[in-house]
Design a protein around this ligand. Structure first.
Ligand code: 5GP
Ligand code: MN
Length: 345
């Protein structure tokens, strides 16, 4: 099977991992299924490989409730709640592994702690333009649809024992969530070869699928209905968006993760090329999620106008303004991209 990395990298990585008594694994702010999957897969694998090693997982803030079922999720140290413990763990670790983000600026507060540590930092990721100078070793491949898939390839390359079932489940969760259940960006044979490997290992795909997709509260389903009812469709731009205020979210007892897939729905409409989901945050800012079809580079769009970034067809960003102004600004920007939006997919 094609590896996204060369044998020299594998040797370097296994040297660093094998030589560390203490390891800290860090994921990005607002972690998603892929960040959790990559983090937990590494955690379970390292515990099996090096039973003497202390492995600590750190997240800048809470992971969504729909990932609570994952084996080991309860061991995650949340920096927002446990600042002192996280500080101490980072100060005494031998090695730091960063998963599923390309720059320390995506750590919101944890960044300074990591920069103050002299130990090697490894990056395992699949986002464009990794900030290479921030890391000792960069394992990054934007062709791979999830970081979890890269973690699997790494594990397969140097694990001397079978991949533990808990790690295999975590990898499947990451692959599944970052590809929208193997629909988007999952066009390489390697992705399906890894999926086949996981099934052969005995992973219960139906259980993981149900845990990820059939695990919502009744109010979350009502919120989805409300969001779709109020979706704004702009056929003249082949775009559509959903915007939700805090008051609207609160009416449906919003929990982190509830709106995770909302941005995908507008693209179910024929001929749509760009979709946005925007929501008012606790701090009053507006967070954006973007999805696109074909060659519309939504990461450029997010970076240039919405202080964000991401992948070619999936990106996010943030603006400090009212929800109404955010929606109007988004529509204005569409006008500047009309040619790209109306070009055939
Ligand atoms: P989502 O819409 O699922 O929150 O994010 C989609 C993709 O865009 C993810 O891969 C995520 O890493 C990236 N992304 C989301 N928000 C931001 C942001 O504010 N800055 C950058 N650079 N990337 C983001
Ligand atoms: Mn990812």
């Amino acid at each position: 099977m094609k590896l996204p990395i060369d044998s020299e990298t594998v040797t370097l990585l296994s040297g660093l991992l094998g030589g560390a008594k203490k390891v800290v694994i860090v994921m990005h702010v607002n972690p998603d299924g892929d960040a959790m999957g990559a983090c937990l897969a590494l955690y379970h694998s390292l515990l099996q490989l090096y039973p003497e090693q202390e492995v600590v997982m750190v997240s800048p803030n809470h992971y969504p409730a729909f990932l609570q079922w994952m084996d080991g999720a309860d061991k995650m140290l949340i920096f927002k709640d446990k600042r002192k413990t996280v500080k101490e763990k980072i100060a005494t670790t031998d090695l730091i592994i960063c998963v599923d983000f390309n720059a320390l600026s995506r750590l919101e507060g944890l960044e300074k702690l990591l920069l103050s540590s002299p130990v090697p930092r490894i990056l395992i990721d699949h986002h464009i333009h990794p900030n290479k100078e921030e890391f000792t070793l960069v394992i990054s491949d934007i062709q791979v649809s999830s970081t979890s898939e890269i973690v699997y390839q790494l594990m397969k390359a140097f694990m001397t024992i079978p991949i533990p079932m808990s790690a295999a489940e975590a990898i499947l969760t990451g692959m599944m969530t970052d590809t929208n259940n193997f629909r988007d960006n999952a066009s390489t044979p390697e992705t399906f070869e890894v999926l086949a490997d996981l099934l052969r290992l005995g992973v219960d795909k139906d259980k993981v699928t149900a845990a990820v997709y059939d695990n919502f509260s009744p109010l979350r389903m009502k919120l989805l209905g409300y969001a779709l009812e109020n979706m704004v469709i702009l056929p003249e731009y082949r775009a559509a968006y959903v915007a939700l205020s805090l008051a609207e979210l609160n009416r449906f007892n919003f929990q982190p993760g509830d709106t995770e897939s909302f941005v995908n729905y507008p693209l179910n409409i024929a001929k749509m090329k760009l979709s946005a989901y925007m929501s008012e945050q606790q701090d009053g800012s507006i967070r954006f999620s973007f999805r696109s079809r074909g060659d519309f580079l939504v990461n450029d769009f997010a970076r240039k106008h919405f202080n964000g970034g991401g992948h070619r067809n999936a990106a996010g960003g943030r603006l400090n303004c009212s929800l109404k102004d955010a929606a109007a600004f988004f529509v204005t920007q569409l006008g500047n991209y009309k040619d790209a939006l109306l070009a055939p997919i």
